[in-house]
Structure formats: C-alpha cells, structure tokens
Design a protein around this ligand. Structure first.
Ligand SMILES: [Zn+2]
Length: 455
C-alpha cells in the first residue's frame, strides 16, 4: 500500500494535532546556531527517532567558513534600576538579539537606543534579529514598548556566554535496499518561531518516524542543522556520502495557511523537481513552482556549484514574503494542525513517487492487448472509459523502456498513483515487466542481490 493511502486510512486530524503539540513542546526553547537550546531540541527529536547527534568543535574550518564559538544564554532584561523588568527574556526569547555578547551595565536611553530593534509597521510584534558573525548585543522589543521608554537610565543585563564549544547537528539515516539516498534537510536554529523552523522540524521528524521500519527502495537521510553554517558544516564532513544523494528536499515554513510553493533545484528539471511539481498539482490547490535562486534556505548550500545536488525546497508561504516572518507573530497560532498534516501527506506522496518511479517494458507491444479477455476492461462498450482503464492504456502505450511512470503521469495528466496502480495490474496480467536500469544509472549500487532495477 502506498504511504499516502496508509496515511489517509489514519486519522489525519489527530496526526495534525500531534504535530502541532510537538511544535508546541519545542516552541519555548531558545535555539541558536550553537548551544544548549539546539542540543535540547535535538534531544526531544531523539525521543521519536533514533537520531545521532554530532558535535563539531569551535574553530573547525568548513570550506570558506569556521565553526563559531558556542553561545548560551541564561537570562536577559532591561529594567529601571531596582525596579521591575520592562523587557524580559523569560517572557519571550526573541527579546534578545540572538548571539548577543554578555553585558551588565546602567546607561541612559540615548546610549541604549542603538541596541534596540523594533518594527514600526507592526507595533505589537517583537522582531527576531541575530548577530552571529559580528560581536554585538541588543534587545528586540515591540515598537509600543520602545515608544513607552522614558528618557532616563536603564539597567541592561544579558547573561550569556560566547566561548569555545561545539556546533551540534542531528542526523538520522534510514537504510533502504539501495545506498542511493533521499536527503531531507531542515534548519533547527530559530528560537520561538513556529512556521520558520518548527513546522519543518516537526513534519520531518514525523516523516522519519513514519518511514522507519519499512522496506524502502532508497535510503533516507534526515539532517537537522543550524541554518547556513550547519548545512555547510554537514557538507564539509560528508563529502564522500554526498555522491549517493539522488533526490533531496529542504523543508521550511510548511505549517501556515498559505498555499504550497516548491522551489526547484539549481538543475531545474531533476526527478525531485518533477515529482514535487506533479504531486502538488494533484494534491493541493494552486501550488506555485519557483525557479531556483541563490538565496533562501539551505538549498543554497546543497545547490552551490561545487555540489549542484538535486535538492529543491518545499514551503507554504515563501520566506520573507509574509508579514509574520521573523517576528513574534510567527507563533503557535500561525501554524495549524490541518496544514501540518497536509504537508506530511504531500511529503509522503512525493516519497511514493520516488519509491515507485521506474521504466517498464510492454511485453505485448503490437497493437493493444485484448484487456477484455483478461477481465481488465469494462463489461459494456459504448460509454467513456474510466480513469482506471485510461491509465492502463497510457501505461501500455508508453512503456517502451524509455518512459518512466512519472513521464507517463505527466503526459497523461493522470495522478501518479493511478499510473502506478495500472502498472501493477499490467505486471500481474503478464503484460508488463520492469525495464533493465539505464546505462547512466548502472553505477548505482544495490544493497542486496536481486534488488530491483533503478530508474
Ligand atoms: Zn528564518
């Protein structure tokens, strides 16, 4: 049974609630590109999937970058000396400029002001700001809070450390019959932001759990890395295994109410690009397919010219294009159980395509085989044929060893699932057989003798 059908037989609504609950569990943690918040997040993921964590020391060169010092924070506030906190990290971890160096001082508002960040256009929201690679400290606060500050002295405290330590990332490898891999990557470095970060982390974790223990054609590698530096670090440490990546997806922002967007790989027409486009066309309303651009999430690293991996990016609302992006309004109300569950279903359907996409050979290619005598045609002539028979005719016609099932699905306009089911029926009827693998994929190594041919 396909993964999509299996999900549909489950209670998708309760899966959505579970996904949202998982995001809610991760939400309060103050994450960054290094540090204990990131570690704690990965530990919570490990309660669901047996993921490995890797610690890479500060100072390790990774291509043109260097693993930075590790940042940890215990507390931060602005208050009137001896008075109550006006801005409090304990209330919302976005209040601190992420990666702030420690400070404890009393200063007039004029001196403090260059260290304060707000959003005049959304005066109730707290912005999310970072300063990873430039030593700085600061506070993010709502514009209303900023405007209410009186011209007087304030005590400012950021109880943080920035010291030699490690960058942590998580990796879960699910072996399939082939050592050819599907890479699923998401960033794990954002603090209390729900869509940007937690939606991808949650759905990827649930997908990994859903795929665990199955007899899979491909091996699946899930990586949970801090954005940019984490992906660069992972790539620097895995140059050997990268050659096995046949398909890849970066997941981000897949929990909001926006329609699906798929950003194509740099190569633009590889199988993952076509599979994602096909599934979104048949499984979602008005999806948009975007061309590759060298800006966005970690597909920038996977698709850098030295690697040029077949990795695209699945999103709902596009990063930076929705007002809540990188603000306190990207909270647990901004992501929805239904949307999270639908994103999981879309991913399972894409995996279905990758797992089943093959070329076949019609064993009876001279005129149409007589389906009726095999009980594969309608009983009464005259009316129009249904999808099931139409799919069989398409599969028989285009299965010349050159066209894959995805080719046939695209050309016929029928969903991949209908084409795959038709190919199964035709194989059972002895009318179709799997084609030998194509020359350019022969180097593909299979785990076990007798494993099926690759596309
Ligand atoms: Zn972001």
């Amino acid at each position: 049974m396909s993964l999509q059908k299996e999900l549909d037989l489950r209670d998708l609504a309760s899966i959505g609630e579970e996904l949202h609950g998982f995001a809610a569990q991760l939400y309060p943690i103050c994450r960054s590109i290094t540090g204990n918040g990131l570690r704690k997040t990965l530990q919570i993921l490990q309660e669901r999937i047996p993921m490995q964590t890797v610690e890479v020391p500060t100072g390790t060169p990774v291509f043109d970058w260097t693993v930075p010092k590790e940042w940890n924070i215990r507390d931060a506030y602005i208050r009137i000396p001896g008075g109550e906190r006006i801005v409090d990290f304990q209330q919302n971890n976005l209040h601190v400029l992420n990666y702030s160096v420690p400070v404890h001082d009393t200063m007039p508002l004029d001196q403090l002001r260059p260290h304060l960040f707000s959003l005049p256009d959304h005066p109730n929201w707290i912005p999310y700001r970072t300063s990873y690679y430039k030593s700085n400290w600061g506070f993010c606060l709502s514009h209303n809070q900023l405007q209410a500050l009186e011209d007087r002295d304030y005590e400012v405290c950021i109880d943080s450390t920035l010291e030699d330590g490690h960058l942590t990332y998580g990796e879960y490898y699910l072996p399939g019959r082939s050592i050819d891999e599907v890479l699923i990557s998401c960033h794990s470095c954002h603090p209390s932001l729900a869509n940007d970060n937690l939606s991808g982390l949650s759905v990827a974790t649930f997908l990994a759990d859903f795929l665990s223990g199955r007899d899979l054609r491909y091996s699946y590698r899930f990586v949970f890395v801090p954005g940019t530096i984490g992906a660069i670090t992972w790539l620097a440490r895995n140059r050997e295994s990268i050659q096995h990546i046949r398909h890849g997806l970066v997941l981000s922002g897949i929990g909001d109410r926006g329609g699906f967007h798929y950003k194509k790989s740099r190569r633009g027409d590889v199988e993952i690009d076509r599979a994602a486009r096909h599934v979104l066309k048949h499984c979602s309303e008005s999806p948009e397919i975007l061309d590759f651009s060298p800006y966005g999430y970690d597909e920038r690293q996977y698709c850098s010219p030295g690697f040029n991996l077949p990795v695209g990016c699945l999103m709902r609302s596009v990063w930076g294009a929705f007002p809540e992006y990188h603000t306190s309004a990207d909270n647990l109300d901004f992501i929805q159980p239904t949307q999270l569950a639908q994103s999981l279903r879309v991913l399972a359907t894409i995996v279905d395509v990758l797992e089943s996409n093959r070329r076949y050979q019609n064993l009876n290619p001279f005129c149409e085989p007589q389906l009726g005598k095999r009980n594969l045609y309608r009983l009464t002539g005259g009316g129009s044929i249904g999808t099931e028979i139409n799919a069989c005719l398409w599969v028989l016609n285009l299965s010349d060893g050159e066209h894959s099932l995805l080719d046939i699905a695209e050309r016929s306009g029928l969903p991949f699932s209908a084409i795959r089911d038709a190919s199964d029926r035709m194989c059972q009827a002895g009318l179709l057989s799997v084609s030998p693998e194509k020359e350019n994929h022969k180097k593909s190594i299979t785990r076990a003798a007798g494993a099926e041919a690759d596309v």
